[in-house]
Design a protein around this ligand. Structure first.
Ligand SMILES: Cc1cc2nc3c(=O)[nH]c(=O)nc-3n(C[C@H](O)[C@H](O)[C@H](O)COP(=O)(O)OP(=O)(O)OC[C@H]3O[C@@H](n4cnc5c(N)ncnc54)[C@H](O)[C@@H]3O)c2cc1C
Length: 337
């Protein structure tokens, strides 16, 4: 029963925000059904595997300040799916000098999606996500929502809906049934990010494990973040690296061919690190909606009359932790409304 209805709540999007909402709602005794278009768990905290290479090509680490998020992360640390990252993280200046950038950071183990897998394991069996399930249309009416999938099938009815995905994707689904919520989602701005993944056969080391690159964004300095991914806990010290282009550079090169972007970013990586050897593995990935550059201040959106809620990092702040907090706050509002 969902607040008097015989139908469950559908959550579209099983990233950190959707899973956080699912955890809170099921803890309140409210049944949920989770859908995600991805082939496996992760969302923007995905890990990319290719052969025996493995990369965190999206979210790099999480910060843990919120009590609810800390309680969950403590469970994941106990189950070995998350660990503190005590790497040498610096701010890298154009003259090559570095300044330590020490903040408490945590990562998933053995990849960032360990956090997502750990959250899924905390859910009751019936609430675990259905993957490879893209929702393309919302039909029905409040209290009896129906979801249409890309393959032509549909699911429902659902008492209430939660949309837990980047703002542009949420807005597209909301517009026909909840235009006012779509307008709110359209007020958030999300920037893309081109990510470069590099794997080397020979061991390599730098004087730092990851760097925020100062003054990034121009064509001469596209990279804003470079990480020796293999130095994170549980990655076996492999010579794997992930570098992210700045939002400005990624916007300017959004539609460029991935191989061309990869070549440009590899040159920038070489210039910044002094690593000149040829990588055994190299690939560029485009995140079309990577991080909110203009998030809402609301924390979440909830229309009690329509029985539709919306959550995600873009409702609060440009951090993974904000996605978790947004999902939990929405669920708390739904639990009483
Ligand atoms: C390159 C990059 C670097 C980052 N670095 C950091 C960092 O270092 N630290 C940090 O704190 N944060 C970082 N972030 C941000 C962090 O990853 C996000 O804040 C967080 O993962 C967002 O979670 P979410 O649940 O709101 O959204 P998402 O993780 O995007 O989850 C949304 C889910 O919805 C699914 N979905 C979308 N549309 C549909 C549909 N129609 N039907 C079904 N499913 C659908 C998607 O498959 C996805 O799994 C980074 C993000 C990127 C991309």
């Amino acid at each position: 029963m969902t607040n008097g209805s015989p139908y469950p709540t559908a959550i579209i999007g099983a990233g950190l925000a959707g899973l956080s909402a699912a955890l809170s709602l099921t803890t309140l005794g409210l049944p949920v059904t989770l859908f995600d278009k991805g082939r496996g768990p992760g969302g923007r905290l995905s890990s990319r595997r290719s052969g025996d290479w493995r990369f965190d090509h999206g979210g790099q680490f999480v910060t843990v300040r919120d009590d609810g998020f800390k309680a969950v992360m403590d469970k994941l640390r106990a189950s070995g799916q998350a660990a503190p990252w005590d790497g040498r993280i610096v701010r890298l200046h154009p003259d090559g000098s570095t300044v330590p950038h020490g903040v408490e950071r945590y990562v998933g183990v053995p990849g960032m999606n360990g956090i997502i897998q750990g959250l899924i394991a905390l859910l009751p069996e019936a609430a675990r996500p259905h993957f490879s399930t893209r929702i393309v249309h919302i039909a029905g009416a409040p209290g009896r929502w129906l979801l249409q999938m890309e393959d032509g099938t549909s699911a429902g009815p659902f008492a209430r809906l939660v949309l837990a995905m980047p703002s542009v994707q949420a807005s597209d689904l909301l517009r026909p049934v909840a235009p006012a919520l779509a307008v709110r989602a359209d007020a958030a701005v999300m920037a893309p990010c081109w990510a470069l993944m590099l794997g080397f056969d020979q061991p390599l080391s730098l004087s730092w494990d990851a760097a925020f690159v100062a003054g990034a964004g121009g064509d001469d300095r596209p990279l804003s973040w470079i990480a020796h991914d293999g130095t994170k806990p549980g990655r076996g010290q492999r010579a794997t690296f992930v570098a992210h282009a700045s939002p400005d550079w990624s916007i300017r090169h959004l539609e460029q061919d991935a191989d061309q972007v990869g070549a440009t970013l590899l040159s920038a990586f070489r210039a910044a690190t002094g690593i000149t050897g040829d990588p055994a593995f190299s690939a560029a990935h485009r995140w079309r909606y990577a991080l909110p550059t203009l998030p809402l201040a609301d924390g979440f959106l909830w229309d009690a009359a329509l029985c539709i809620g919306v959550c995600g990092d873009w409702c609060l702040d440009a951090r993974a932790e904000a996605a978790f907090v947004s999902g939990a706050r929405l669920a708390a509002a739904m639990g009483v409304g």
